[in-house]
Structure formats: C-alpha cells, structure tokens
Write a protein that binds this ligand. Structure first.
Ligand code: FNR
Length: 360
C-alpha cells in the first residue's frame, strides 16, 4: 500500500493522494487576470494524477505582485477568471489550491524571461515597493517602510483575497510566508529592523503572519484547509534558523493553520545553499517533529520512490514537486507506476486505455 497514493483529509477536504503541484509563477497574466495559459497549464497536472494543484503565487494587492505580469486575486474580475480554471482541475479529480502572496520589497521586478532584470522603473510600469524596513533586497529599489495602517491593510488584503479564492471554488488556501516575500521579510531579523510591535523579538516579527492566518481563518470559516509556506532558514549569517521557524509554525497552528509547506531561503542575495535531491526535506521533518502538525516537503523530489521514502520515514505528510511537473505533467501517473499502484486507482478513467500497450 503506497503512502504517496493514499488520501489525506484536512478539515472538510479530502485530497486523493499526496503528490502535489508546487506553486509556480507563470508571469503570464494581464492586470493580474489569469488566462488561457493558466487554464491549460494547471489542468494538465490534474490530468496527470496530481492530488492537489496549487496555483501560483496570486497577489493580494497590485503592489504585492513580483512583476507586472503576475496573477492576482484582489478583484472580482480575477476571481471570475480563476473559477473556470478551478472547475477544470476538479473535473480531472484533483483538488485546486491557491497561494496568496505579497512580494513586499521583492515586488515590481522584471519577470524572469523579460529582456531586463531587477526593479522595473516607474515609466515602464513599476511601482514603489513596501517592506517592514527601508532596506533593499540587493540590487533592487529601496522599499518604503509600512506604517501601522499599511500593515492593517495588508492583513485586510489577505482576508479579502481568501474570500475571493473560496468564492472562485478553491478548496485549499496557502499563505506565502517564504522566499523572501513580505511575510518572510517581517519574520527575518535580516530584513526587519523595526523597534515597534512588529519588530525585535521573534514574537513581534511573527505578528504579521499570525494576524494574516487568523484573519484568513476567520474569513473562510472552519471547513477550509489552510497551509502556510515558510522558508525554514535564510541560509545567511544572522538569519532565521529552522527552530525559529518551527516555533512560529507552532503559533501559526494555534492561529488556525493546518499544514506547513516547508521550503527555504530567498530572503537575501548573498545566501549560500547546498542543493541536491531532497535537500529541504530535513526542514519539513524538523517542523513536523517540533509542532506535531502536518507538513509537506519540497525541493528536487523527482521520482515516486524518493517521494514514498520521505513519507515512510515520517519526514512529511505530503510532497510538493515543481520542476518535475514542468518536465513531465504526468509525473504523478509515472510515480504511481514506479510504486506499483493499480492504475485504476490513479489514472483518469478516460485515460486508462493508454496505460497498457495492448491492442485496443
Ligand atoms: C517556483 N517556485 C515558487 N514558489 C512559491 O512558493 N510560489 C511561486 O509562485 C513560485 N514560483 C515558481 C516558478 C517557477 C517557474 C519555479 C521553477 C519555481 C518554487 C517552487 O514552488 C518549488 O518550491 C521549487 O521549484 C523547488 O521544488 P522543485 O522544483 O525542485 O520540485
């Protein structure tokens, strides 16, 4: 019996298996509205057997976009454009999730496949970014420090985005508090130099992400699974370490979060990371051990046996994969084959004749 292909129920949602599509920005939206690209891109992973398809970081406000081409969920037009994407994912038997995000000081940058890099100048569509402190990410424009009203607005934006996401049909929500974006900027002592209620102690630096979790939970009620993606470490001297983040995760669980999607780094350009297969798995394991909460592991997990071993070792309760799904959108069907899972359990009935190379 494969653990990877066993269902996971969280609150009122049952996710049919534990191999999930990690959120991946496509930088292909106009005015934050997802379009035809997103529709086919996301639904193909559901056809390919993923249990949960997590849509890319969707900005909770225009200034929260990483680039002018990011998808968003701050207005009704965006909500209405997400709805058919969600329906397509569900029609293929998967659960649709969405990551809610604010890029903070890493906003207003050129998308990765643009002809330029770094911050987008105002005449070319850029905007002034916001952050806990007026400290730039190396090479980017200096952000404006958020005041108390600005912080309250961020919380309200996450809350309104959560409402629209649920109204669009998403069954799982994920708060993006990783990769050096706004909530991570508040958490880390390297980017948060405040001396008020949102800076200094770990408790103060965690205030914003906990307020966001509480606000989202209050908005969507008790039925909806809520994930938080954390960077477990900053991979730089003086930055966050995994036990700091595990402590915050424990508080976030008390505030209403159900699962921690444990990634790493992204806060500073001078980070040092040793990358290899499953390199972030020990962080998920540590957070799971410290909090007793559900965790998901992510980072160079590229085959079924590797994913199964992560679950069997008790390091995580589910696995997210990003790039392997880009390389092979049917990665989950392939993984099921590697693990000897009965094709009838994971293949869409419409595809089952494709499983065996017999005469048809
Ligand atoms: C990403 N990643 C990412 N992470 C996130 O939390 N929100 C996002 O929107 C994105 N966007 C994104 C775009 C693209 C094209 C890639 C390749 C990656 C990170 C991603 O979710 C994942 O954590 C990493 O790619 C590591 O997992 P893999 O790719 O090794 O399985």
């Amino acid at each position: 019996m494969s653990l990877l292909f066993s269902p996971l129920s969280i609150r009122d949602t049952t996710i049919p298996n534990r191999l999930w599509v990690s959120p991946m920005c496509m930088y292909s939206a106009e005015d934050g509205v997802p379009g035809d690209w997103h529709h086919v891109h996301l639904a193909q992973f559901a056809s390919g057997g993923a249990g949960l398809v997590m849509s890319e970081a969707a900005a909770v406000s225009p200034e929260g976009r990483i680039s002018p081409r990011d998808a968003g969920i701050w207005n009704d037009a965006q909500r209405d454009a997400w709805a058919p994407v969600v329906r397509s994912i569900r029609a293929r038997g998967a659960v649709a999730g969405i990551q809610l995000a604010h890029a903070g000081r890493k906003a207003s940058t050129w998308w990765p496949f643009a002809d330029a890099s770094g911050s987008v100048p105002a005449p070319e569509g850029g905007w002034t970014t916001v952050a806990p402190s007026p400290v730039a990410y190396e090479g980017f424009a200096e952000p404006q420090e958020l005041d108390a009203d600005g912080i309250a607005q961020v919380v309200a934006d996450f809350r309104a985005a959560a409402r629209r996401a649920v109204d669009a049909g998403f069954e799982v929500l994920e708060v993006h508090a990783a990769h050096g974006y706004l909530l991570h900027q508040f958490l880390s002592p390297l980017s948060n130099l405040r001396d008020d209620a949102w800076g200094g102690s770990l408790e103060n630096r965690a205030r914003l992400v906990l307020d966001v979790v509480r606000a989202v939970r209050a908005e969507v009620g008790e039925a909806v699974p809520l994930f938080v993606r954390f960077s477990a470490v900053d991979s730089a001297p003086g930055g966050l370490e995994v036990d700091d983040v595990a402590t915050v995760a424990g508080w976030a669980a008390d505030a209403g979060a159900d699962l921690f999607d444990v990634s790493a780094s992204g806060l500073v350009a001078h980070q040092r990371i040793e990358v290899g297969p499953g390199y972030q798995v020990p962080y998920a394991e540590r957070v799971r051990e410290r909090t007793g909460a559900l965790t998901a592991a992510v980072g160079i997990i590229t085959n079924g046996r590797q994913a199964e071993e992560i679950l069997a070792a008790g390091s995580a309760d589910a696995v997210f994969a990003g790039r392997e799904f880009l390389r092979d959108p049917h990665f989950a069907l392939r993984a099921a084959g590697e693990l000897g899972v009965e094709p009838e359990r994971v293949w869409p009935p419409q595809y089952i004749r494709g499983y065996r190379a017999a005469a048809f």
